[in-house]
Ligand binder design. Structure first.
Ligand SMILES: [Ca+2]
Length: 338
């Protein structure tokens, strides 16, 4: 599997010099005819009882740009907005997935964050996942799109809905202050930071959260990986265990999420997917969010981590724990068994 994902990573377009390589499961369709797709979707929507299968087959096997082209052709043909038509034709979890796919990855991420803070109360679980797992590059795009979509500043909305150290941490992340990776490994700085994390936490009474926030939001990820290894020279507990001992609640979840993502982001998503499908009161919202937001980013690598860690493939797990059209659309996004 590693080989296939590496191959796909090399194939995908790398826009901008500093972009991370991509490992998508949903890629552009080679033999693409937007007029034909639009006509098939029109028929599928008009079919009595709606032909969900055709809608799934088409929209999960095209890139975002292609889906937009289909929507454009559809609107010209039918004189109706395709998204509105899909909204009327589909329902439940399938509708959420398909409407999610009609947004770009950044638009989808921005709308998930907006929903988590502007809904009734604050959905901290979603907010933490979105802010703590995204790279600075992704967050910069999300901020820009957020402004376009909602005429509001993400930073302001996040700070209006959170408080205390939790707010300080999320804001520091949204401000995207992380250093880029350096070609030279600075052993002295690795040691200093490892020590500073220990001195600010386990070593003292209470926690100097400000120090933790600055190190974890400003240092490069390869540097932090080394820091967490070095940390074990000073502390009897590793970084995640130390976080759990020192802080509680949303702040604890946020720091733990950060460290998990620094260590292996795709494993973090794999475990969220696994919990989302297997835990009591399965969390369809989490599963939908990860499948939609990562299918054109790194879902192929998430699949690899999933199989490696759980012994069962993501495909099999979806097949066992979901059903109907929702299962069909997830399996199609998953795009293969491992
Ligand atoms: Ca302490």
């Amino acid at each position: 599997m590693a080989l296939v994902s590496e191959f796909l990573g090399q194939l995908s377009l790398n826009l901008g010099a500093e972009s991370e390589p991509k490992y998508p499961t949903v890629v552009a369709c080679g033999n693409f005819d937007p007029e034909k797709d639009a006509a098939r979707i029109e028929t599928a929507i008009k079919t009595k009882g709606v032909d969900e299968k055709t809608i799934i087959d088409i929209l999960t096997k095209r890139s975002y740009t292609q889906r937009r082209e289909i929507a454009f052709c559809y609107e010209r043909r039918v004189k109706k907005d395709m998204i509105t038509a899909l909204k009327g034709a589909l329902k439940g979890s399938l509708e959420s997935v398909i409407l999610g796919l009609m947004k770009s990855t950044s638009q989808f991420d921005a709308s998930e964050i907006r929903g988590s803070i502007k809904g009734l109360g604050t959905d901290e679980e979603t907010l933490i996942e979105m802010v703590c797992s995204r790279s600075d590059e992704e967050l910069q795009q999300i901020k820009q799109v957020y402004k376009e979509m909602y005429k509001a500043e993400l930073e302001k909305d996040v700070s209006g809905d959170t408080s205390g150290d939790f707010k300080k941490l999320l804001l520091a992340l949204v401000q995207t202050k992380r250093e880029g990776p350096s070609s030279i490994e600075d052993q002295e700085k690795i040691d200093q930071d490892a020590r500073a994390l220990y001195d600010a936490g386990l070593k003292r009474r209470g926690t100097d959260v400000a120090t933790w926030i600055s190190i974890m939001t400003e240092r490069s990820i390869p540097h932090l990986q080394k820091v967490f290894q070095r940390y074990n020279n000073y502390s009897p507990y590793n970084m995640q265990e130390s976080i759990r001992k020192e802080v509680k609640g949303d702040l604890e979840t946020s720091f733990v999420t950060l460290v998990q993502c620094f260590e292996n982001k795709q494993l973090y998503f794999a475990s969220r997917l696994n919990d989302g499908m297997k835990s009591k009161g399965a969390k369809e919202k989490v599963v939908t969010r990860i499948m939609v937001s990562r299918c054109e980013v790194d879902l192929m690598k998430i699949r690899t981590e999933f199989k490696k860690h759980y012994g069962k493939s993501l495909h099999q797990t979806i097949a066992e724990h979901t059903k109907g059209d929702y299962q069909a659309v997830l399996l199609s996004l998953c795009a293969g068994d491992d």
